[in-house]
Every structure is written in C-alpha cells, then in structure tokens.
Design a protein around this ligand. Structure first.
Ligand code: SF4
Length: 248
C-alpha cells in the first residue's frame, strides 16, 4: 500500500519575522522643525550678520578665474586642503593659458592631496581651454555659460556669481541644506528647494552675504552631529526643538 506523504504546513512567504518573535518596533521619526515666519527669518540672519559683519569665503583666490578653479577643486575637499594645493598651482598657472600649457599631469602634481583629483585635473584644464576658445580667457558673468563648463554645476556657478560678480545668489552646500531644514529657516527636500526658499524668504538686501553667514555658521556652530546651540547667537529665532544644552 502506497505511503501518503502529508504536505508540510504552509508558511506565508511574506513573513519577514522569524516565527514566534514580535515584529521589531519602528523607531519614531523626529518631528520636522516647523518653518520660521518671515520675522524670525530676518531675526535669524540679522543675528548671524551681527556676529560677522564682513564675511568672506575661506578659499584663497586672486581674481574670478582663480576663484572658479578653487571652487571646482573644493567639491568633497576642505577649504584648507584646497588652499594648500592652489598655493603652488596658481604660482605656476595663474591664468587659463598657463593652466592649459601645464596640462592634466602638471595640474595633478599640485592637487593630488585633495579628493577626486584625477577628474578635477582634467576639468580644470578643459574649462581653461574653453574659457580661451569661447570667452576670450575671461570667466563669463552668465549662469548658463558657467554651467556649460566642465566640472561646473549650479552650486559652483552660484558661488562664482555671488563672490566674483556680487550677485545675490545662494549656493546650497551640505551646511546650508542642513541649516535650512534643521532650524526652520528654509525647509526643503532638495538643495534646489532650499535655495529657492532662501531666495524667497531672506531679506533681499542681505541675500548676497547670507551665503557666507550660513556656510560659516554650519561649519563652526550649527554642526552636523552636534549643533553648539548653547553658544549660538541665533538660538532665539531658531525653531529646532532639540537644542543642545551647555556642556557639563
Ligand atoms: S540654536 Fe542650535 S540648531 Fe539652532 S541655529 Fe543655533 S546651533 Fe543651529
């Protein structure tokens, strides 16, 4: 007589947890910081302005061309590291013609200590060649022309337009993106959304310098891991709920 084989009990394939264990509790997400109102936005940026009335970029440069090259080199690198590299690079190649003559290998010799140096060396030589061919060796005062250069995106173009040409642009880097969302100054899901919110919400006459105030604030006070709220001049209007208490 044939033996009957009893089917194994069916186990649903979509069970993610081992049998007998409770599903892991999902960690509650921190509540989003509510957006500041416009009076708070003005108070926040005025407080930063009061602490640093004449802000400037921490990148070393001599003219729009060396600024452009320094900003292209600064992606995923510290300003200190870029300054160390450009000190010798600009001594040897202070303009587009000498940079093209130096060539990719020659540029690479100076910038090997900073991140992504191989691609950056190629971009610096190629953008210098394009400046000579298309713009008479000058840095164009034009967003589209800047963004058409190799290695130059919206953020780099915004820095050059702001610092070299005095335009009220807002270059959103990791610090400004964090501050915009953490404090309620300019909430947005993407750097472009934060940029647009800042341009819309900041007092127009403060917009040009706001770029520096916010970057420096993010770098030295409103840091990524642990904002130093106890010594923050803008703590009053800031709407971040979990402010860091004084140490000790
Ligand atoms: S109070 Fe804290 S979170 Fe708010 S801006 Fe200052 S450092 Fe940043």
């Amino acid at each position: 007589m044939p033996m009957s084989i009893a089917p194994k009990p069916h186990r649903p394939t979509d069970l993610k947890q081992p049998v007998g264990k409770k599903p892991a509790a999902t960690k509650p997400r921190a509540a989003k910081t509510p957006a500041m109102n416009l009076a708070e936005v003005r108070a926040f940026i005025t407080a930063l302005a009061g602490a640093n009335p004449a802000p400037r970029t921490e990148l070393d440069y001599q003219n729009p061309y060396t600024l452009l090259v320094a900003v292209v080199l600064s992606a995923q690198a510290t300003d200190v590291g870029v300054n160390r590299a450009t000190k010798t690079l600009f001594a040897e190649a202070p303009d587009p013609a000498s940079m093209v003559a130096l060539g990719v290998d020659g540029v690479a010799r100076h910038i090997r200590t900073i991140g992504l140096w191989q691609g950056k060396a190629r971009n610096v030589v190629e953008l210098s060649r394009q400046l000579l061919e298309r713009h008479g060796g000058q840095v164009p005062h034009d967003r589209d022309a800047l963004e058409a250069l190799p290695g130059v995106g919206r953020k780099t173009a915004n820095v050059v337009l702001n610092v070299a040409f005095g335009e009220p642009t807002m270059a959103v880097d990791t610090h400004i993106f964090r501050i915009g969302n953490r404090t309620g100054l300019a909430p947005g899901k993407t750097p472009r959304a934060v940029e647009d919110a800042l341009v819309r919400r900041l007092p127009p006459e403060m917009l040009q310098d706001a770029h520096h105030w916010l970057i420096l604030h993010g770098r030295y006070v409103c840091k990524a891991r642990k904002p130093e709220c106890w010594r923050c001049v803008a703590a009053g209007p800031c709407r971040y709920r979990a402010k860091t208490p004084p140490p000790g």
